[in-house]
Structures are given as structure tokens and as C-alpha cells.
Write a protein that binds this ligand. Structure first.
Ligand code: F6P
Length: 341
């Protein structure tokens, strides 16, 4: 078979390890050949496709980013031709099917294409870890490790200067990075999109920390909003029409300083969390996803996605994979909140 591979949506540590896993097993075990599709669905729409031989994926598992490039362009965007255009380009290259590596947006498009008869298999990717059909997505562990190390470093400055530090991490709809990095670094407050809290609660935790002689560290997910207050980041929308986030820490900082009198600074970690080499855990998970995806292709399980359940890699329907976001359960935040302040 001749199989296309694309990476779409935000980049993520481990994407290259998935690509390597697919190509190595596909070449060695099944003798399939591979086509790289440049910049996600853009490459399928604009016919930007190249041969991807085994030698091109050598040594890739530790490399950050994606050798295929990525974009947030979709085939269902205006004038992009939808499934018909995708089929036309696939036919031109005699592509039997393709593997789409991406997050919720990418996998939703894959599901829609599959519903129109396009042979596609999904691999779940997002540092946000918010896909409900898989226990974990690769990239998440790396992002948490980067965020934790960054918060540890910021804390030494906060302690030395007796300041409050508000650190913003990624997490559009789900606060998994904030929760895990916050617990790991011993944050005094963790603010996530799933749990609205008031400014009085935030300043209460900050003040309690200062009263104990410590420098408060507040970790906020980019998607967090204060209960009942219009403190929102407004940076326009991306190619998929989703609001661009970033800025909640900067907006909270003067409010905390004004209400508590404590010098407060902010730091938005942003894309730092998505860059650089994946952790060994993410390299292993991504490689396993890649080899499982080519097995699924070989079995012609079109319309499915590989997923981690416990310690096993399984196949789930794309429809199931895109039906709901995996939010942080309230009890997980409550568990952490016992230690706030
Ligand atoms: O979906 C992963 C993610 O990193 C989100 O946490 C974040 O809101 C978004 O991507 C940012 O995407 P971009 O780099 O396109 O602005």
C-alpha cells in the first residue's frame, strides 16, 4: 500500500517519533511505501506531497516539532474543495489512505472525511491532554515537565524578592497542564477553565501564603476565567475560528497586586511548552502509537484512532474520539486545592 502521513494543528513533542514508528514498521513488516503531506491538510488541498523513504525518518524520535510541517488549514475551509478535492489529490498520488496525527480539530476533520468515504486513521496528539478516548496524549508529559521546571525557576526569584508570581500555562478547554505542573511545583493556587473561582478566593490564597512567610506562586491555565468577571484574553481568532488565548496571567497580575498590596509579576510560558525534545515517556508513547497506527492501516480499520487504555494501545472509532473533551474532574482539582494558600 502507499500511505500518506500528515501532522496538523499545533506542533507537539513526539510528532516525529510517531512518523518514525509508522514508517519503520510499515517498511519493515508490511513493505508499504509512504508519502509525506506538507503542513497538514494544506498539503492535501494544495497537492504538496513528497516521497518519505525510511532513511528520512532515521534518528527522529528525539527531535521536536514535525518534519512534515503543520498548519490549521482544513479541507472544509472556504474554497478548499472538501472531501472531493482530498480524493482527487490522493488518486493522483495513488495514495491508498492516510494517517492524520492531530488534536480534536484534526481528528474531527478526519472523521468528516471518513464519513464521506475517505480512508483515514487518526493518531491523537495534544499537549493539553484533553482527548477523552485516550488515557494520555503524547506531548503532555513533556509540556508538564517544561512547565514544572519553569515554575521551579521562577519560584527562586519570587522567594528572593518576596513577590507573587502568576505563571500562565497552556490549556484551552482543560486544565491538565496547570493541575499537574501546579501540583508538581507546589503552587499556592491552580486556576483552570473547569473550575471558576472568584478574585476573593485567589487573593485569599495569595495572602495566606504571604502570611506564612512564603512567596506565592499562582499557576493559571490560559483558558481560565474568573467567576462572574470579564477578565478574558482577546487576541483574535486562529485559522479554525477558535479564539487565540494567552494573557490571563497578565490580566490577573495588577488585580492581585492592587487588592493585596503584594508586588506581583506574570510570566506566560506559551509555546515554550510545545518546543524541544520529548521526554522518554512521550517518545515511547508516540512510537507505540505510530506502530499501532500502521497495524490499523494494514487491517484497513479506516475511521478509527489509536488510543492508550491503561498500558495497552487499542483502536477506537473516530466518532467516539471526537465526541467530548476530557476535562479535569472537579474532585481532582479539590484534591489539589486542599494544599492551596
Ligand atoms: O491545542 C494545543 C495548544 O497548545 C493550546 O493549548 C493552545 O491554546 C493552542 O494550541 C495554541 O495554538 P497556536 O500555536 O496555533 O496559537
Amino acid at each position: 500500500m502507499k500511505i500518506g502521513i500528515l501532522t496538523s494543528g499545533g506542533d507537539c513533542p513526539g510528532l516525529n517519533a510517531v512518523i518514525r514508528g509508522i514508517v519503520l514498521k510499515g517498511d519493515k513488516v508490511y513493505e508499504h511505501t509512504f508519502l509525506g503531506i506538507r503542513d497538514g491538510y494544506r498539503g492535501l488541498v494544495e497537492d504538496d506531497i513528497f516521497t518519505l523513504p525510511r532513511k528520512q525518518v532515521r534518528g527522529l524520535s528525539k527531535q521536536g516539532g514535525t518534519i512534515l510541517g503543520t498548519s490549521r488549514t482544513g479541507p472544509y475551509g472556504e474554497g478548499n474543495g472538501g472531501a472531493e478535492r482530498v480524493r482527487e489529490v490522493m488518486d493522483k498520488h495513488e495514495m491508498d489512505g492516510f494517517i492524520a496525527i492531530g488534536g480534536e480539530g484534526t481528528l474531527t476533520v478526519a472523521r468528516m472525511l471518513h464519513e464521506e468515504g475517505v480512508p483515514v486513521i487518526g493518531v491523537p496528539k495534544t499537549i493539553d491532554n484533553d482527548l477523552s478516548a485516550t488515557d494520555v496524549t503524547f506531548g503532555f508529559e513533556t509540556a508538564v515537565a517544561i512547565a514544572t521546571e519553569s515554575i521551579d525557576r521562577l519560584r527562586t526569584t519570587a522567594e528572593s524578592h518576596h513577590r507573587c508570581m502568576v505563571v500562565e500555562v497552556m490549556g484551552r478547554d482543560a486544565g491538565w497542564i496547570a493541575l499537574n505542573a501546579g501540583i508538581a511545583s507546589g503552587a499556592h493556587a491552580i486556576l483552570i477553565p473547569e473550575v471558576p473561582v472568584t478574585i476573593e478566593q485567589v487573593t485569599g490564597w495569595v495572602q495566606a501564603t504571604v502570611n506564612r512567610g512564603r512567596a506565592p506562586v499562582v499557576v493559571a491555565a490560559e483558558g481560565f476565567r474568573l467567576a462572574g468577571e470579564d477578565v478574558s484574553a482577546k487576541h483574535g481568532v486562529d485559522h479554525m475560528g477558535r479564539p487565540r488565548f494567552g494573557g490571563i496571567a497578565e490580566q490577573l497580575t495588577p488585580i492581585i497586586e492592587e487588592r493585596t498590596g503584594i508586588e506581583t509579576r506574570s510570566m506566560t510560558l506559551g509555546h515554550l511548552q510545545r518546543g524541544g525534545v520529548p521526554t522518554s515517556y512521550d517518545r515511547v508513547l508516540a512510537t507505540r502509537f505510530g506502530t499501532a497506527a500502521i497495524d490499523a492501516v494494514h487491517r484497513k480499520e479506516w475511521g478509527t484512532m489509536v488510543a492508550l487504555k491503561g498500558t495497552d494501545i487499542v483502536s477506537v472509532e473516530l466518532a467516539e474520539a471526537t465526541s467530548e473533551i476530557k476535562s479535569v474532574p472537579r474532585e481532582r482539582w479539590d484534591e489539589a486545592a486542599i494544599l492551596f494558600g
